[in-house]
Design a protein around this ligand. Sequence first.
Ligand code: SF4
Length: 279
Amino acid sequence: MKREVKVAKYYGYCSGVELAVNTLNRIMEKEKEIYIYGDLIHNRIVMEELKQRGLKVIKNIDEIPETGTMVIRTHGVKPEVYDKAKEKGLKIVDLTCIFVKRSQNFAKKIISEDLKLIIIGEKNHDEILSIQGNAGGESIVINSVEEAKSINGVERAGIVIQTTFERELAKSIIGELFDKINYMEIYNTICDATEKRQESCKALASQTDSFVVIGDKNSSNTNRLYEIAKSINKHTFMVSDKRSINCDDFKYSKTVGVTAGASTPDYIINGVIERIENC
Ligand code: SF4
């Protein structure tokens, strides 16, 4: 059967990831001892390639020799990590995305205004940990309307949202908080790239027989795209690259929609498209 693959208007690498990957590639051409605190992006295929080219992923600054360069990932780090690296005299390359920095700054402002900081996002996600660390005060992290319902005794709050969170879910959570909290300062910190990818995923998912979301299972924004597409098109699959395509899944599909998370490079996306077309 001739099969047509349609690609969402916005998909794949966002500006923050593209800048981080390109900068790291340039540094790796010149320097040898490059260390990164946690994964640069949530894509195991990309991280594996970088490691094979010499990038060392560490969990503790003590693992970096004094001659080393420390790269800070797109999700940012807690200030303690930054301070320790500075103290040690390491060369630091900060690749924290500007949208994550913006959330960190709003969180700091909320704490300085003596408001309760509420972060809508995934507990223990690298970005959330960096926002909490930079806020410099206590915070509550919630991920669902049910969790919003369980908040009690907060009268004045400031809200920031994980950059890759789903807009509609964030609106429902804020709606729930609106009934419980007297004064709220709401900062919509969902990044533009996320909103555009979610909107174009939504628009395409209803127009094709099946739908494929390409990205890593560890990637928050990829999981959100999958949830959005699946709620519209029951025949939706998530794949990490062309090796996870099962041709039987598409045997009755004349049209297949495709999108990809913000940490999925073009060569992986093109490989998947080619595989589906030739199934
Ligand atoms: S998804 Fe948004 S916040 Fe995350 S790296 Fe890309 S542009 Fe930055």
